[in-house]
Design a protein around this ligand. Structure first.
Ligand SMILES: [Zn+2]
Length: 105
């Protein structure tokens, strides 16, 4: 058990180090600056909610801008003519910092 605990602590420390020094995940880090002990969805059971929120938190939510970036759409234009980004579709994303766990309960 002692070996398990040491290995677990080493993995947690490595995760925190990579979270702070990694070169990816800038959007997520703008929402949550620290590496947490528990994932935001640790108490969430709705898989669709977790999938949707994970997409939003990582800036990989499905919108034309994301699809075009990944060569899955020919245009990133919204019906209104603007670039269709998550911030365009959900304006509150650009003005609100979501830093607390979100629950559907
Ligand atoms: Zn639009």
């Amino acid at each position: 058990m002692e070996t398990f605990n040491l290995l677990k602590k080493a993995m947690e420390n490595e995760f925190k180090k990579q979270f702070l020094t990694g070169t990816t995940g800038h959007f997520h880090k703008s929402l949550q600056q620290d590496a947490r002990e528990k994932a935001w969805c640790a108490n969430e059971t709705n898989r669709n909610f977790i999938r949707t929120m994970s997409g939003l938190r990582s800036n990989h939510g499905i919108c034309k801008s994301y699809l075009m970036k990944n060569k899955l759409a020919d245009s990133d234009s919204c019906l209104c003519g603007s670039e269709e980004t998550l911030e365009h579709l959900i304006p509150v994303l650009s003005t609100t910092i979501v830093d607390e766990p979100f629950s559907t309960n």
